[in-house]
Design a protein around this ligand. Structure first.
Ligand code: PMV
Length: 317
């Protein structure tokens, strides 16, 4: 079997996180400036799978069952989905520039890239729908009850208007969007924050459902503004969405300070992105204000700022 190499982009959710878990719409875009790469080569005469993750030192796993090993669970999910009896000996090398547990899609990129690489190595040419559905199964093992937006935007590598259990809608972005992803340096686990929202919903269903309904309205309006390229309107909607995420209890003071710094230094808008309680803030700015906004966000506590430009897309009707 010849060696096989693939990569998958990061992502950011522009509108609708958390509400999307409860059947509302959300919008996400791929971030091609960060990515996760998986390379596979044969390991002749060795009855094992060797995993080398350059972020975590070298890791080895064999074919033994290890239910608590996330690599084993992932490979087993892929094997079963492809309907193959066993996986051959191979060396899997993983390297990534996507920060982990920061809301930028590291786990979705891992699920998508590993599925694509293992299936490609075995000679399968999976349609993207199948790739996405296997990645979704892997995400379920890692996060409990994900909405599926992360694996979808990463698998299709296109801006997506997404609703759980429906086929994703791909749409056109009309003008380049200059985004800044400012990292609070605080890490949180998606499944913990999703659980926090679930508990809030159980305690106070009327209040939380109203917040979800407000977020849904913002997301629907945002799709139109993204299509027309009205950056001022998009920025205002991002700020509105951030306020509702605060009301859900998923923002923290460090993220609020980054949002405020972005807006005061001239960004069109900003909001936390992903599950929150840490991770990144995404800011939308004009090209000429990028440096100023980055400087302000750094002064407000960002440990790093990544620029990413979303290029206009042309989706066929
Ligand atoms: O923090 P992330 O990148 O895993 O974002 C998750 C988005 C949520 O809406 C909070 C959860 C989900 O499954 O959609």
């Amino acid at each position: 079997m010849p060696a096989f190499s693939v990569s998958a982009p990061g992502k950011t959710i522009l509108f609708g996180e958390h509400a999307v878990v409860y059947g509302h719409h959300a919008i996400a875009v791929p971030l091609f400036d960060i990515s996760l790469k998986v390379s596979i080569q044969p390991l002749p005469n060795k009855n094992k799978i060797l995993i080398i993750n350059s972020d975590q030192g070298n890791r080895h796993i064999s074919f033994e069952k290890k239910e608590d090993n996330p690599y084993w669970i992932t490979l087993e999910t892929i094997r079963q989905s492809l309907n193959v009896d066993h996986l051959p000996s191979m060396e899997i090398a993983i390297s990534s520039s996507i920060p982990v547990a920061a809301g930028l899609g590291s786990s979705a990129a891992f699920s998508v890239a590993l599925t694509k690489a293992v299936s490609g190595f075995l000679g399968f040419n999976l349609p993207v729908e199948k790739l996405n559905s296997i990645a979704f199964e892997i995400e379920k093992h890692q996060h409990g009850s994900p909405s599926g937006i992360d694996n979808t935007v990463v698998a299709y590598q296109s801006p997506v208007y997404y609703r759980k259990n429906e086929f994703p809608i791909f749409f056109n972005i009309n003008k380049p969007m200059h985004l800044i992803l400012a990292d609070s340096g605080i890490r949180s686990l998606t499944k913990d924050v999703v659980l926090h929202v679930k508990q809030e919903l159980e305690k106070n269903p009327d209040k939380i459902n109203k917040i979800f309904a407000e977020i849904e309205k913002i997301t629907i309006e945002a799709k139109g503004t993204l299509e027309t390229g009205d950056h001022r309107a998009i920025g205002n909607l991002m700020l509105d969405n951030h306020i509702h995420l605060q009301r859900l209890g998923v923002s923290i003071i460090e993220l609020d300070c980054l949002v405020e710094a972005a807006v005061e230094s001239g960004a069109f808008g900003a909001k936390l992105c992903g599950s929150g309680q840490g991770g990144n803030v995404v800011a939308l700015t004009s090209y000429d204000k990028t440096e100023k906004v980055i400087k302000a966000m750094r002064q407000a506590g960002a440990v790093s700022c990544l620029r990413s430009t979303i290029q206009p897309t042309k989706v066929l009707d």
